[in-house]
Design a binder for this molecule. Sequence first.
Ligand code: ADP
Length: 320
Amino acid sequence: AIAPTASSRAPTAATHKTPRKKEKLSSLCKTPPSLIKSRTGDHFARGSCLGEGGFARCFQVKNDAGKTYAAKTVAKESVRNEKTKNKLLAEIKIHKSLKHPNIVEFVDCFEDDHNVYILLEMCSNQSMMEMLRARKGFTEGEAKYYMVQILGAINFMHRRRVIHRDLKLGNIFLDEHMHVKIGDFGLATVLDKPTDRRVTICGTPNYIAPEVLAGKHKGHSFEVDIWSAGVILFTMVTGKPPFQSKDVETIYQRIKKNDWKFPADLPISSECKDLVRQMLVGDPHQRINLANILKHPFFFTDFPASIHPQAAKLRQPETR
Ligand code: ADP
């Protein structure tokens, strides 16, 4: 993800590339002790490393009762400067305030001499990014199932004036039951008033809304999450993000020109195409809003049985 910057310029490939591995702040993260003690005296046995982001390393941990959690571990050394520290505190405050079945549960937060630990609900089936990599694409039925949960969580956040600003397949985690859990509130922001605007440029290249790239002039708001959700839906049903390109600058150019199309060889329903088109409208004021997305025919139309025989079988009337 691109960290927020105060710059008013649109990001360029040179200034906003994902940091190279050796520059990652998460590399400063010391392996936690085999037994991590919380503020309240609970003990957590450290297990394997679940993954690494730009900022944190995540470990599987188990409490005395045998319950497993994910401990997002941030090296204190990487949050020494005031700005980074405030960013981490903001992430904790926002995440802590959001309790919803489709948002990764924030359990606790504590520290030792080296690290800050954010204890989270364990999502044992990784994220939708890994799932897409393994599956290459999803059926429209699956896309509906996941999108309804993603949109429910976005609706919940937006009602609390929280904009996530980094919605992407890699931040949509899956629990043991394959339920969607939105995570990583590292770029999230809360608006004091719903009419406020944000001007910092942040996000992940493939998912950034055009108004974010336009920069300081007009600012951006809740609609950026709708755009990213549109990119997510497109990616689910086609297997590839709509603005994909080998260099970041070309991705940004394509986003600004709204240059994308559905692959001609895929049997995508007209309802699905229509919804994606409305979510990827360049002007945020013309973009479809959440209430209308949830009323869209895509969510009330079955995937054609002729293309999805498995679905047809499931829809056969009960014979007994
Ligand atoms: P960063 O803020 O540094 O990007 P993330 O929140 O993305 O860190 O976490 C880094 C990695 O840890 C993720 O890519 C994922 O592999 C893993 N991870 C994060 N949260 C969880 C969780 N709740 N359950 C399981 N794995 C997780």
